[in-house]
Write a protein that binds this ligand. Sequence first.
Ligand SMILES: *[C@@H]1O[C@H](CO)[C@@H](O)[C@H](O)[C@H]1NC(C)=O
Ligand SMILES: *[C@@H]1O[C@H](CO)[C@@H](O)[C@H](O)[C@H]1NC(C)=O
Ligand SMILES: *[C@@H]1O[C@H](CO)[C@@H](O)[C@H](O)[C@H]1NC(C)=O
Ligand SMILES: *[C@@H]1O[C@H](CO)[C@@H](O)[C@H](O)[C@H]1NC(C)=O
Ligand SMILES: *[C@@H]1O[C@H](CO)[C@@H](O)[C@H](O)[C@H]1NC(C)=O
Ligand SMILES: *[C@@H]1O[C@H](CO)[C@@H](O)[C@H](O)[C@H]1NC(C)=O
Ligand SMILES: *[C@@H]1O[C@H](CO)[C@@H](O)[C@H](O)[C@H]1NC(C)=O
Ligand SMILES: *[C@@H]1O[C@H](CO)[C@@H](O)[C@H](O)[C@H]1NC(C)=O
Ligand SMILES: *[C@@H]1O[C@H](CO)[C@@H](O)[C@H](O)[C@H]1NC(C)=O
Ligand SMILES: *[C@@H]1O[C@H](CO)[C@@H](O)[C@H](O)[C@H]1NC(C)=O
Ligand SMILES: *[C@@H]1O[C@H](CO)[C@@H](O)[C@H](O)[C@H]1NC(C)=O
Ligand SMILES: *[C@@H]1O[C@H](CO)[C@@H](O)[C@H](O)[C@H]1NC(C)=O
Length: 428
Amino acid sequence: MLTSTFISIVSFLCLLGYVSGQSDSRDIQRAQKTCVVQPSRNGSDDVPATLEAFKECGTGGNVVFLNETYHMNSVMETVGLKDCQVDLYGTLLWSTNLTYWLNHSLHYDYQNQSSVWWFGGDNVQFRGHGYGTIDGNGQAWYDFVKGVSNYPNRPESFTIYETTNSVFSGLRFVQSQMWTMTVWKSVGILLQDIYVNSTSSDGYPARNTDGVDTIYSDKIHFDRWTVINGDDSISLKANSTNILITNCTFIRGLGISLGSIGQYADRYEFIENITARDINYYNTLHAGYIKTWTGQTVGYPPNGGGGGLGYAKNIHFSNLTLHNTTQPFSISQCTTFSGVAGNCSSSLFAISDIVIEDVRGTMLKDPIASWDCSASAPCRNITMLDVDLTLATTGGPASGWNCTAVVGTTGFNCTGTGCGTGSSTGSC
Ligand SMILES: *[C@@H]1O[C@H](CO)[C@@H](O)[C@H](O)[C@H]1NC(C)=O
Ligand SMILES: *[C@@H]1O[C@H](CO)[C@@H](O)[C@H](O)[C@H]1NC(C)=O
Ligand SMILES: *[C@@H]1O[C@H](CO)[C@@H](O)[C@H](O)[C@H]1NC(C)=O
Ligand SMILES: *[C@@H]1O[C@H](CO)[C@@H](O)[C@H](O)[C@H]1NC(C)=O
Ligand SMILES: *[C@@H]1O[C@H](CO)[C@@H](O)[C@H](O)[C@H]1NC(C)=O
Ligand SMILES: *[C@@H]1O[C@H](CO)[C@@H](O)[C@H](O)[C@H]1NC(C)=O
Ligand SMILES: *[C@@H]1O[C@H](CO)[C@@H](O)[C@H](O)[C@H]1NC(C)=O
Ligand SMILES: *[C@@H]1O[C@H](CO)[C@@H](O)[C@H](O)[C@H]1NC(C)=O
Ligand SMILES: *[C@@H]1O[C@H](CO)[C@@H](O)[C@H](O)[C@H]1NC(C)=O
Ligand SMILES: *[C@@H]1O[C@H](CO)[C@@H](O)[C@H](O)[C@H]1NC(C)=O
Ligand SMILES: *[C@@H]1O[C@H](CO)[C@@H](O)[C@H](O)[C@H]1NC(C)=O
Ligand SMILES: *[C@@H]1O[C@H](CO)[C@@H](O)[C@H](O)[C@H]1NC(C)=O
């Protein structure tokens, strides 16, 4: 079963190679028409000119942003593009008129999320050439929400919507307002050489600044990402399938997250065929973790919910190098409305077939893994091979595999029980 998963991921890689290789040459022939967006240079809104360019060149054309700063003062929807090439040589700087954004951010039907820019289409190439920058001016948001999670109408930077056979490359995303990106209802995308850095310059945390979230998406490849942030480095949420994460560096965030999921009562959602390899972590909370809501419904999304159904399976992490990771691996099925003590053994969301192999480096405090699963739907088949971690504090070998409701372990034996509280640091 694991071998066949691996083979399918390999053929998926080939598919992506095919997609990017073919569409490159096709685009060069088709990108006859070029629309250069002229910046106002006086701080007035550059969004109308941008929308005009996408209208003119969004089908079979090339939209070019010069090596200048564009002032993005209003929401944008550039979806339904076709055979379009976008070249960003400068910076798109989003305004700090929070009153405006709180009243106008574009909503979509998942966890009340909203965005300043919906972007999408078929056979789109969006290139930043290692320089093009999307600057969310996020410090204004970090200061405004003061650490409050999922502040209503706080928008994410960039939403890739209903996009197929497309490539995003060489882009920089700095100071995201909220989540940096969401890949939503999309299939067959390569996102390569992406730099994300959301760093607060004062005491307020850069919370909710996920590097990227995937929702209802299939065959997405994240290659050569660097993410420096204050939340999930990459987060795979509802109905994310065949996701490949390769050759990435994650700094200071929470690592790769599956979930949270199971937030919507009685809704069936899943995460399947997830591969992450050749990853470097520096000072992250986790390397990989899975988080589900409890089986009880308390309140409503985005901050309440629970009682969702479904599964996460075929998850493969390999060749991981950790530097000072707090708690490398964790499962928790305890998420519930803030301030309420959840019943951690109530979730029916089923987790199975996890393989973690070839892991080295340093971590802060035992245990290596805290598999705190729900007794109502025990986790099945967890494998950990060639894990060689030392404690950053003492230099001695790390150890410890705390398990609750785990059926079937390979390569390790559980050494204790989890705390059953959903503590994300693994100690109660
Ligand atoms: C996951 O991979 C397996 C094995 O290659 C494949 O049979 C299955 O269809 C994939 N699942 C999804 C949801 O694509
Ligand atoms: C700013 O520049 C734009 C386009 O160049 C022009 O239409 C607008 O009148 C200018 N606004 C101000 C306040 O100078
Ligand atoms: C953009 O301009 C800056 C200086 O203004 C320069 O350092 C940089 O190389 C230019 N980038 C591109 C892609 O031309
Ligand atoms: C901010 O946006 C609000 C609401 O859209 C608008 O009324 C106000 O004039 C804007 N403020 C500035 C300084 O542009
Ligand atoms: C991230 O951005 C901050 C400024 O916002 C900068 O000081 C820091 O060097 C950047 N980190 C990396 C690793 O690029
Ligand atoms: C990983 O990324 C580095 C830097 O971009 C590159 O030199 C290297 O070839 C990549 N390795 C793999 C296995 O793709
Ligand atoms: C997620 O997948 C399940 C199973 O195919 C489906 O019932 C559900 O509608 C999907 N969710 C969405 C919102 O696409
Ligand atoms: C492991 O990942 C690193 C990047 O973090 C890469 O340089 C190295 O080649 C990978 N090793 C193997 C055996 O693929
Ligand atoms: C290791 O992590 C701890 C806690 O996150 C932090 O205080 C410390 O500075 C880190 N050490 C290094 C060498 O980065
Ligand atoms: C565990 O994995 C083995 C082999 O990969 C498979 O035969 C078995 O059905 C799995 N068990 C569960 C409970 O998923
Ligand atoms: C989990 O493991 C660590 C070390 O292996 C241990 O100190 C801790 O008490 C264990 N139990 C809980 C409930 O965290
Ligand atoms: C787990 O425990 C069993 C029974 O004591 C032992 O045979 C096996 O070698 C242990 N496995 C590991 C990976 O330590």
